[in-house]
Write a protein that binds this ligand. Structure first.
Ligand code: UDP
Length: 411
């Protein structure tokens, strides 16, 4: 296990962005937790939505006076191959789960839990990767309350993967999901639904001055903000369907010939499929100078791209929540997204973007073209998106809900 680094944050930083009563609520909740120690465990420090959430939740909790730690598992490539299969199986498409895979999983989770030092009142396990640590934690930290936060899309899991995860549920006190439907078949712990959120004060999401934008604009050359641009920002992962996005772009290009597409992806440390999917996507895009495949961009560059794209696309086939949707809407960019998982929680069809069926990239392309041809609609959708996210998907709201669960679970 290792402790990742993350920037400092103060609650005060949110004072100008959200209603004061939201921050007062957080201060009140934190009083009940001032003598408690909380630990978050996940499997990567960078790349993907869970790391993105923890980089904000952990420092803000500490600023509130709640002693909060974050540890990342140490693991091998074969462990991550197994846990990606578990992730895929829970989302409905994985290989058979063999005894050898289970044994790899258990030996790595066991080793990580053996390394865990210190006493905690409550441990939050994120996603399935660290769940196996619970076997030993039940012995070494019997007093600690266990919360499992599952960020995966559980709409249609493969049964053997669902059973594998379910075996750990008796050791979980409370489980948190990103959408009501995901919690339906869970037996054992009490459950709740907490929508994730974006952090408006990070480099990824804060407003930018002109000079910074210009530097980033130059860095992105030959991609141009003077021509129409659609962007998808996602790990290179089959569920994110970059191929469908390419098809949608091609359809939209029939009407907007100088259209550009940016496919941006980070390589998350716990996602072994990234490079392979990236190479296949890059190969598919080769020969089209208007398609830009970009990897591991700094947060400020991602910020500029989400801000300066005319439309953002999220053509996922499954999506636990999809922080990238709220990130774009917060920057007043309309989003065309698939009607799967957490995406319809964020896109109100015809208000701040369009929802399309995941198997219909041509429709996605038509929606993109419609928006590109109608500047006033884009502006209206963008303004709506900003307010929709301000109300529902900013960090202080999520944190209040999480702290309420922590207070209740600790009794
Ligand atoms: N992300 C990024 N650079 C990339 C791709 C993704 O910074 O090239 C970030 C993205 O901005 C978002 C997170 O990774 O904050 C992805 O979270 P999301 O919930 O959309 O998807 P997940 O990766 O968790 O499935």
């Amino acid at each position: 296990m290792h402790a990742p680094s993350f920037p400092n944050r103060t609650l005060e930083a949110y004072a100008d962005i959200v209603e004061p009563n939201r921050l007062d609520r957080l201060r009140l909740l934190s009083e009940a937790l001032s003598d408690r120690r909380i630990l978050h465990v996940n499997s990567t420090a960078t790349g993907g939505g869970v790391a993105e959430l923890l980089r904000s939740i952990v420092p803000v909790c500490n600023d509130l006076g709640i002693d909060t730690n974050w540890l990342v598992m140490d693991a091998t490539d074969d462990f991550f191959a197994v846990t990606k299969a578990i992730h895929n199986g829970l989302q409905g498409n994985g290989p058979p789960l063999t005894e050898e895979m289970k044994s790899t999983y258990r030996s790595v989770t066991e080793r990580n839990s053996a390394e865990l030092e210190g006493e905690y009142d409550l441990v939050v396990i994120h996603d399935p990767q660290p769940l196996g640590m619970l076997d030993r934690l039940a012995e070494t930290m019997p007093e600690a309350a266990i919360v499992w936060r599952c960020h995966v899309d559980l709409t249609d899991p493969i049964e053997e993967y669902r059973t594998f995860v379910a075996e750990y549920m008796p050791q979980v006190d409370h489980a948190i999901f990103s959408r009501t439907a995901y919690a339906e078949d869970v037996i054992g712990p009490t459950t709740s639904v907490v929508y994730p959120s974006i952090d408006p004060v990070t480099k990824k999401n804060r407003s930018l001055d002109e000079k910074t934008e210009k530097v980033e604009r130059d860095r992105l050359d030959p991609l141009s903000f003077d021509r129409p641009l659609v962007t998808q920002i996602s790990r290179f992962d089959p569920w994110k369907d970059q191929f469908g996005t390419l098809e949608a772009y091609r359809r939209a290009s029939e009407e907007i010939p100088d259209l550009q597409l940016a496919l941006v992806g980070a390589m998350a440390g716990d996602d072994p499929e990234g490079m392979e999917v990236y190479e296949r996507v890059a190969e598919e895009a080769v020969g089209d100078p208007n398609v830009h495949t970009l990897t591991d961009l700094p947060d400020t560059t991602v910020n500029v791209l989400q801000r300066r794209s005319d439309v953002v696309v999220q053509k996922s086939l499954r999506e636990g929540f999809g922080l990238v949707v709220s990130e774009a809407l917060w920057k007043r960019t309309p989003v065309v997204g698939s009607n799967v998982g957490g995406i319809p929680l964020q896109i109100v069809d015809g208000e701040n973007g369009y929802l399309v069926e995941p198997d219909d990239p041509a429709d996605a392309g038509e929606r993109v073209a419609t928006l590109l041809e109608n500047e006033s609609r884009r502006t209206r959708f963008g303004a709506n998106g900003r307010e929709y996210v301000r109300e529902r998907f900013l960090l202080p709201r999520q944190l209040s809900e999480l702290l309420e669960i922590v207070v209740e679970t600790l009794g």
